[in-house]
Ligand binder design. Sequence first.
Ligand code: ROI
Length: 166
Amino acid sequence: MHNSTSTTVIAYIGLGSNLQNPSEQIHSARAAIAALACINEQAFSSLYKSAPMGPQDQPDYVNAVMAVATDLSPIELLRALQTIENSHGRVRGERWGARTLDLDILLYGNQVIALPDLTVPHAGLTERAFVLYPLYEIAPQLDIPDKGKLVDLLDNCPLAGLTRLT
Ligand code: ROI
């Protein structure tokens, strides 16, 4: 399936895990995303480790950001990512609780999307070091629709213990 204009868009996907070997979850999610029809991987950040944002009684997270070229519509991309989350044993429990795999559409071209199931740019993006730093690694020149330059957002976002793995 294709989006209405059948043009290819660059989308950025945030990957996160803090259960069942998080680094392995991220690597296998990357492979599953790259294997989707209508998706071509453009870039993949390093893996980053950080303390949980939100409830502290859960393990540290591993996060990464992936750039893809896709002609899936935003909702088609969302559904495809949810299928991958589910196949990685994602169980929707407590809000902001531990998860084996979280896949978020951070950006979809320069589009601003406000649908019941999907907000783009992703709501937490501007405050989250574990999103902004890996994003900067693969797209330092990025402008975030309605939010300004990525570099300026980074200036206002402390590392807060985020560490790059390997
Ligand atoms: N905290 C970190 N460090 N990384 C995440 O990916 C993450 N994801 C979440 C919440 C629970 C908000 N905290 C997180 O969904």
